[in-house]
Ligand binder design. Structure first.
Ligand code: FAD
Ligand code: NAP
Length: 339
């Protein structure tokens, strides 16, 4: 029987260290706990917040509902064929530990996604990505509990409708499913993707034969440690905005004023602009009032004073307005706001 803790301070359960309270907080360790928690919420008509590592949410104020902290653990090799290992992990597993485990077992494909905070269960929600690899590239299927019916459903790759930091769980099926496990399709042979400039230059001193998935994982971790603030020391939620997609026409117009603008082709009609470059260009990097803009990467907003998330949202709104004014680009926030 899970324990429902009333008036629970969430400060240690979100990487922005926002000191807000939930009406109720419960840890679920298996599917039976999850069913019980859903019943508890339904009987009291409480809104739900499904919580993993709290590294992609902004808690701007107290949450008037039930926070379900998913702590369902377990991982197993479910099958293999000539090319692939199919590895299943429960939603509560720590993502970064799972990546390390797979590398230790010679299950390849997750190396570029090393050291991303959070849980396995949250990874499909925004189709996590880094250094040219996204979760969708290594995804086989997931299981999720339907909040309304209580039934467990299997979602195929197609059913998840993965997009750039996006999935069906952020859109048509928002708040309708709780992910309980994810199965990954990992290769037996290394298939390295090391074309991001930061990776390329860090690997430049290594002989091609020495470049293994383990090494790539280590180097990704090293770069991340050097560039990103450790949430335990400097609270943050990683990139605060998505990199915007703009038309090639709009790019040409901006290039007249900003020949140095950093962008990457997406297709014949669209390019992805580095949001960090835009924010830096307007002069926000290193800014600090109640909330701050990280000095090494302007896309990361921090909450050094451990204030409620509202403080970060005030800064984010000013940044968003200045980017619209300067470039005519509407930045989209990546982490989700609660309540
Ligand atoms: P939470 O913040 O707990 O939840 C995020 C959302 O998912 C919420 O809406 C929540 O309700 C929902 N959710 C969580 N678990 C479940 C579940 N089991 N079922 C249904 N819904 C659920 N992201 C990247 O994509 N790439 C990066 O490189 C990256 N780097 C980061 C670096 C830092 C320093 C930080 C702080 C964040 C970074 N992020 C990155 C963002 C974040 O780590 C990911 O989005 C991660 O997947 C969030 O996991 P979480 O368990 O903390 O999710
Ligand atoms: P970076 O390497 O300085 O690059 C800046 C931006 O340019 C990145 O956002 C990346 O887009 C894009 N980019 C760089 N090289 C590219 C290429 N060859 N092709 C296409 N796009 C390219 O970025 P960073 O801030 O240090 O982050 C490194 C990686 O970690 C990125 O993939 C980033 O998304 C990821 N990351 C994500 C978060 C988060 O919270 N979401 C936080 C930290 C780091 P993409 O973002 O689309 O990859």
């Amino acid at each position: 029987m899970p324990l429902y803790l009333p008036h629970f301070n969430l400060q240690n359960y979100n990487t922005l260290a926002s000191p807000v309270c939930a009406d109720f907080f419960v840890v679920v360790k298996d599917e039976a706990d999850l069913h019980a928690a859903l019943k508890f919420a339904k009987e009291r008509d409480l809104p739900l917040l499904v919580l993993g590592g709290g590294s992609n949410i902004v808690l701007h104020d107290d949450f008037p509902g039930l926070v379900i902290h998913v702590q369902i653990f377990g991982k197993e090799l479910v099958r293999e064929d000539d090319e692939f290992y199919y590895v299943k992990a429960a939603a509560g597993e720590n993502w970064s530990d799972f990546v390390d485990y797979c590398l230790d077992e010679n299950y390849f494909g997750l190396e570029n996604l090393s050291l991303i905070p959070g849980s396995v269960g949250a990874a499909p929600i925004q189709n996590i990505g880094a250094y040219g690899v996204e979760l969708k590239d290594v995804f086989s299927e997931l299981t999720a509990l339907d909040v309304k019916s209580g039934l467990t459903i299997t979602f195929t790759h197609e059913a998840c409708q993965f997009g750039y930091r996006d999935s069906v769980f952020k859109n048509a099926l928002l708040d309708q499913f709780i992910i309980t496990s994810v199965t990954f399709k990992l290769t037996k042979q290394p298939n390295l993707k090391i074309y991001y400039p930061a990776l390329q230059s860090a690997l430049a001193d290594h002989q091609p034969l020495d470049v293994t998935p383990e090494l790539v994982g280590q180097i990704v971790s090293d770069i991340r440690r050097s560039k990103l603030p450790d949430p335990k020391l400097t609270p943050n939620v990683g990139s605060f905005f998505k990199n915007p997609l703009i038309s090639t026409g709009k790019l040409a117009e901006l290039q007249l004023r900003y020949p140095q603008i950093v962008y990457y082709p997406v297709d014949d009609n669209f390019v992805k602009v580095a949001a960090g470059w835009l924010i830096d260009k307007v002069g926000w990097r290193g800014y600090q009032q109640d909330a701050a803009v990280h000095a090494q990467q302007a896309l990361v907003l921090t909450n050094p004073n451990r204030l409620k998330g509202a403080a970060v949202l005030v800064l984010a709104a000013s940044i968003k307005a200045s980017i619209m004014k300067e470039f005519g680009i509407d930045l989209e926030q990546e982490p989700r706001n609660y309540p």
